[in-house]
Design a protein around this ligand. Structure first.
Ligand SMILES: C[S@@+](CC[C@H](N)C(=O)[O-])C[C@H]1O[C@@H](n2cnc3c(N)ncnc32)[C@H](O)[C@@H]1O
Length: 213
């Protein structure tokens, strides 16, 4: 989390629409049942993803990194009628947990879970995506970007989470750690890629919006 004034942060949370009951339960159960609940998008970022998806009205969304399914449900809320969200998760212990909440959300038929390493699964997908959300292993962000790029339509979008990585990107001493290096390399790769326009927002841990020209 970036060091936003805690009172401002609280004000933002208090004045953002409440989670629906399914997301609230998923948030609670993720905190009770998982070791790293902070990986869940949560109320404000979830709303952000939902709003962006509602603006784009995508037919096909790809999410890399399902975890317990919170961001998948938020993104799926913006899908075009009959659209689908494909979400990839490497940890098969999370698949059933997330599936239960996809069912509760009423979107089980629109959310397709893919189990395995995104780096193996992405090349096998014969789908044109309107929106891709990258939120898995930080050291692998550049690989996901390169693998998925040709599968995104012109005028399509990538959203990448954690691109400020708790501000470790600013610390010389952190550049040797693989996650920080991965985020630094990814941000440079995108910035230098003239096939896209990009913007880094300081929402939560940093979110990149990338538009494929
Ligand atoms: C930060 S969490 C995702 C959080 C989720 N998007 C949300 O906001 O609720 C990252 C997830 O990516 C998964 N992951 C890590 N490396 C992966 C890979 N190579 N392929 C697919 N999933 C991966 C992890 O197991 C973890 O559940």
């Amino acid at each position: 989390m970036l060091p936003v004034n805690p009172l401002t942060e609280k004000y933002i949370i208090d004045h953002t629409s409440e989670e629906d009951p399914v997301l609230a339960e998923l948030n609670r159960r993720t905190h009770l049942n998982t070791v790293h609940p902070q990986m869940l998008a949560g109320k404000t970022q979830g709303r952000f993803l939902e709003m962006i998806s509602r603006m784009i009205v995508p037919e096909n969304i790809l999410e890399i990194g399902t975890f317990t399914g919170y961001s998948a449900i938020c993104l799926a809320k913006g899908l075009k009628k009959n659209g689908h969200l494909y979400t990839i998760e490497i940890n098969d212990e999370l698949i059933t947990f997330a599936a239960g909440f996809f069912k509760k959300s009423g979107m089980a038929d629109r959310i397709i879970q893919l189990s395995g390493d995104a780096r193996n699964i992405i090349p096998s997908l014969d789908i044109v995506f309107d929106l891709v959300f990258i939120d898995a292993e930080k050291s692998e962000y550049s690989e996901y970007y390169k693998l998925v790029f040709e599968k995104i339509r012109h005028g399509g979008w990538i959203i990448a989470d954690n691109v400020l990585w708790g501000e470790k990107i600013l610390e010389d001493s952190a550049q040797g750690d693989t996650s920080t290096r991965g985020i630094l390399d990814f941000n440079d790769l995108v910035y230098k890629d003239n096939r896209v326009d990009n913007l880094i927002l300081s929402i939560r841990d940093g979110v990149a919006l990338i538009y494929k020209k």
